[in-house]
Design a protein around this ligand. Structure first.
Ligand code: PHE
Length: 462
């Protein structure tokens, strides 16, 4: 019976720690680096609206399902899915869901770590005042700042060094386990993150073109919306909430039984959405105030922000804080991306946790070289659909693997699991209105929504 199952990895000390950890997983480069640049590429408002709809109608129900499966299975996603399939008298092929999640995690962290490395590299640059327009040695013009980014990313060795630093930190935290590593890290990092973000908003309000930034984010122009941009919005919803690959599931496995899943999920998704929107509100005013382009892609924050900060009083200080914030946010996500694989090696392959962390970390580090080279040596290597290797890995994971994973998680939770299991985990009776809403969303809205968006992205509806 589920109640007797316990996690060999330990448990979170409280509901609050779980909220911090899961919010730490959700809030990351996805909110601050990715959300602004894909919103920028897809025209702003209309994209943001679809993204918010996906969070509410697909994201929150899937998050509840994932936490539920994790807490009931009490193991790594692969083993949890096997156990739960057995309990529900389903085929053990459901274990594949754990496998695909683990592979998605490897691929995601491989590029995530490289980009997190960029943010780490920008901390000392900012602190040294390299981007200031008026300092003695740094006479940075906009051209010079984009040139600096070009020079930086075209140097594979330098990218490798920062990528190595991030993977090293990630392995170090994960090696120390749930309480000693994960929990301590988020306890310290998450409050700092919120603090710095609010500081930055205040700064943007007082300096940038705030209303113009608002207008870009919130006025919808549906003519810009294509099947592909709707897919990107859904992919971003999964990515930003850490859903579809088992990260939230494995965090759910460490969740004490008395924590209510429904309200906790809404809190986490709400906090994550808040951070993305706040990041947008901090970034777009600065973009417009400086006459910069919102659709400049992955380089958006690395070019526009140093530019903006470079022209402001106190810019070096706030810029340093900003990139430090990004490093924190990225680390609390990175540890959750690698945890499904590490916990599985510990459970099923007799690894000690530090060895498991090292083993996964090295493999992911190696895969990350593909992303490193996508910005220099292999920049012209675009094997499919005019995309670099980095763009392909990102597209494959965010837009295909995560939504597919989410789809099958929804199907399993909604159709294979018994109502009694739902009731035990969610603590909601059959007649409860939140339960009925969740069941309706997870049974029909999520699967139909994901499939519909997939089909419209490949042009089935014209
Ligand atoms: N949610 C994280 C972010 O927004 C990324 C992530 C994806 C984490 C998938 C875990 C799993 O940065």
């Amino acid at each position: 019976m589920a109640q007797q199952r316990i996690s060999i990895h330990g448990e979170w000390s409280s509901r609050w720690t779980f909220i911090l950890a899961a919010t730490g997983s959700a809030v990351g480069l996805g909110n601050i680096w990715k959300f602004p640049y894909i919103a920028g590429e897809n025209g702003g408002g209309a994209f943001v609206l679809i993204y918010l709809l996906c969070i509410a109608m697909i994201g929150i129900p899937v998050m509840m399902a994932e936490i539920m499966l994790g807490r009931r299975g009490k193991q790594s996603p692969i083993n949890a899915m096997r156990t739960l399939a057995q309990e529900a008298r389903q085929h053990h092929v459901w274990g594949l869901l754990g496998w695909s999640g683990m592979i998605a995690g490897f691929l995601i962290l491989s590029y995530y770590s490289v980009i997190a490395g960029w943010t780490l590299a920008y901390v000392p640059r900012m602190a040294a005042g390299l981007f200031q327009s008026d300092w003695l040695f740094a006479n940075a013009s906009p051209e010079r700042i984009s040139q600096m980014f070009q020079d930086f990313t075209s140097n594979p060795l330098e990218l490798i060094i920062w990528h190595t630093a991030i993977m090293g930190l990630t392995m170090f935290i994960v090696a120390r386990g749930v309480r000693g590593g994960l929990e301590r890290a988020v306890n310290f990092l998450m409050p700092g993150l919120f603090l710095i973000l609010f500081l930055l908003i205040g700064y943007a309000v007082s300096t940038g073109a705030f209303m113009q930034g608002m207008g870009f984010l919130f006025s919808a122009d549906f003519s810009k919306l294509t099947g592909q941009s709707v897919l990107a919005a859904m992919g971003q919803a999964f990515f930003t909430l850490s859903l579809g690959m088992g990260a939230i599931m494995v965090y759910g496995a460490y969740l004490p039984r008395d924590v209510p899943i429904t309200s906790t999920s809404v809190t986490i998704a709400g906090a994550d959405t808040l951070v993305a929107l706040l990041a947008g509100l901090a970034i777009f005013p600065l973009v417009f105030a400086n006459g910069l382009a919102p659709d400049s892609g992955p380089s958006l924050i690395f070019i526009t922000l140093p530019n903006a900060f470079g022209h402001m009083a106190g810019g070096a200080f706030f810029g340093t804080l900003f990139f430090l914030l990004l490093v924190f946010a990225a680390l609390t996500s990175a540890i959750s991306i690698i945890e499904p694989a590490v916990s599985w090696l510990v459970e099923s392959r007799n690894f000690k946790r530090p060895h498991a962390a090292l083993f996964c970390g090295v493999l992911i580090w190696l895969t990350g070289l593909l992303t490193v080279f996508s910005f220099n040596l292999l920049a012209d290597f675009k094997p499919i659909a005019e995309k670099t290797l980095f763009e392909l890995i990102d597209y494959l994971t965010s837009n295909i693997m995560l939504p597919l994973g989410g789809l099958f998680i929804a199907i399993f939770a909604a159709w294979a699991m018994h109502h009694d299991a739902h009731e035990e985990e969610l603590g909601l009776g059959k007649a409860d209105i939140s339960y009925r809403t969740w069941l309706f969303l997870i049974r029909f809205v999520t699967p139909v929504g994901v499939i519909f968006i997939f089909l419209s992205a490949i042009g089935v509806f014209g």
